[in-house]
Structures are given as structure tokens and as C-alpha cells.
Design a protein around this ligand. Structure first.
Ligand code: ADP
Ligand code: MG
Length: 254
């Protein structure tokens, strides 16, 4: 298993950001982590990449535990954080050289060239990062995440804020990279997982509410029926919510 998350809870002060979350990601898949803002997506990704510890439960990446073997985990994982923090005053190659140095990569020049080709930085490669468009900055972010040739990529909202053209290009790039690596990406857009993910995990209020192949989820959506029912007296909405198969109950005023 590439990623194994077991009964993970994360509490910030008084707030439960993740509540008994369990899932696994198999090698070679592109998995979408779908949920609204505040659902707990970034928190989960920060735990998987050893940026913050969970409050309880366990997480392993390629068999390495994030608490016991963080260095081994970081070797296996590439991470593109939300909002892609980059040094805007650095040149693209200078920045990639810096990141390559952190990972102690041999033959850095050759590896940087490979990365520039892989993510399609092309004629932008000699510019300062601050001079690049958002789409090209995401390419730099992907290059830094992959420079140490990790097996698993964690991408936190990699397409948020891109215009439609850039969006298509970055999605295509991620799909291509996914042929070689295991990818987990977060998004709040259903169409995004439909476009690129084999599997979708839906998270809401810190809990997993669905974990299935994207195709099966799409079929389930098609099977949803909206039913309007009128009662001649006041009913307890909770009782209706508890009926098997009911997903959501809404009350309309008369
Ligand atoms: P998402 O990425 O799905 O938008 P986050 O993981 O960023 O969600 O946040 C989940 C919840 O945890 C939110 O309610 C957020 O306010 C809270 N949260 C996130 N980081 C912190 C933090 N460092 N301290 C306190 N609360 C936090
Ligand atoms: Mg987030």
C-alpha cells in the first residue's frame, strides 16, 4: 500500500479537524481527496507529509510510519502545498538547485533539466519565479515536488486559481505524471476528480463520507432521486433522515 491512514484524529485546540479517518491508497493510482473548504483536506496532507503530527491514529507511506520514520517518509513523498509557497525573487533553476541541494541530489544540473522538460517549463526556465504566471508557477511547484524522484505525490489543490487553459494543461500534466507515480490530490471541485482521478475519497467535517472508484460514485449520483413529500401534520425530520437510503432532508415552507 502506498498510503495507509488508520483511525486518524487531529485536534487543534478545541477543534476536531479530522475525526477517526481511515483510508488507503494503492500504488499507481490517482486518488482525489474531495471536500468543501474546512473539511480537513490540508490537515490530512500535512500529516501524511510529516509537517504536523496527528493527535491519534497511525499513518504510513510505502510502509514507513510518519512518526517513527519521518526521514524515510520524506524520501518517498513529494509535496505541493496549498497556495504553492515559492521564493519569488529566485530564478527557476536557482530555486530547483536549492531544493535539489536540500535532498542532496547528485548530478543536480542534469536532474534540473529533466524536471524542466517533464513539467514543460520551456522558455520560462530562465526567468525569476515572480515573473511567471500562476500556471507556470504550478509547474515549478510540481518540479520541486518531484526532484528527488519520490514514489508518492501529495498535491494540495494544485489547480485552484488557474484560468481554464492553464487548468487543462496542469490536469493533463498531473494525469501524465500519474502513469509513473501514486498521486493524491485535494480539490473542492467534483469535475476535477471526474477528469483525472481513478478513485475518490470524499471528506466533510473531518470525516470520510465516501471512498470509492470515481466511476462508481458517478453512478451512485445518477441513482439519486429527489422526492417531494407533503405531510398533513408536523413530522420529526430526524426520523425521516434515519430512513435507510435517505441522503438529505430539506423542509420547504408552505
Ligand atoms: P481544508 O484544507 O479541507 O480546507 P483544513 O485542513 O485546512 O481544511 O482545515 C480543517 C479545519 O481545521 C478548519 O476548520 C480549520 O479552520 C482548522 N484548522 C486548520 N489548521 C489549523 C490550525 N493550525 N490551528 C487551528 N485550526 C486549524
Ligand atoms: Mg486546504
Amino acid at each position: 500500500m502506498s498510503i495507509k491512514v488508520k483511525n486518524v484524529t487531529k485536534i487543534y485546540g478545541e477543534q476536531k479537524a479530522l475525526d477517526d479517518v481511515s483510508f488507503s491508497v494503492e500504488p499507481g493510482h490517482i486518488v482525489g481527496f474531495l471536500g468543501p473548504n474546512g473539511a480537513g483536506k490540508s490537515t490530512m496532507m500535512k500529516i501524511i507529509t510529516c509537517f504536523i503530527p496527528q493527535s491519534s491514529g497511525s499513518v504510513s507511506v510505502c510502509g514507513y510510519d510518519v512518526i517513527e520514520n519521518p526521514i524515510d517518509v520524506k524520501r518517498q513523498v513529494g509535496y505541493l502545498p496549498e497556495h504553492n509557497p515559492l521564493y519569488l525573487d529566485m530564478y527557476v533553476k536557482e530555486y530547483l538547485d536549492f531544493v535539489g541541494g536540500v535532498y542532496k541530489i547528485d548530478n543536480r544540473k542534469g536532474r534540473i533539466k529533466e524536471m524542466i522538460d517533464m513539467v514543460g517549463l520551456g522558455i520560462e526556465q530562465n526567468k525569476k519565479i515572480g515573473a511567471l504566471s500562476k500556471g507556470y508557477r504550478q509547474r515549478v511547484g510540481l518540479a520541486q515536488a518531484m526532484i528527488h524522484d519520490p514514489k508518492v505525490l501529495i498535491l494540495d489543490e494544485p489547480t485552484t486559481g488557474l484560468d481554464p487553459n492553464q487548468l487543462e494543461e496542469i490536469r493533463g500534466l498531473i494525469k501524465n505524471i500519474g502513469k509513473e507515480k501514486t498521486i493524491m490530490l485535494s480539490t473542492h471541485i467534483m469535475q476535477e476528480v471526474e477528469a483525472i482521478c481513478d478513485k475518490t475519497i470524499i471528506v466533510n467535517h473531518g470525516k470520510i463520507v465516501a471512498d470509492d472508484k470515481t466511476k462508481d460514485l458517478q453512478n451512485q449520483q445518477k441513482n439519486l432521486i429527489v422526492l417531494t413529500v407533503e405531510f398533513d401534520k408536523e413530522v420529526d425530520l430526524k426520523q425521516i433522515q434515519n430512513i435507510d437510503g435517505v441522503v438529505q432532508v430539506k423542509k420547504f415552507p408552505r
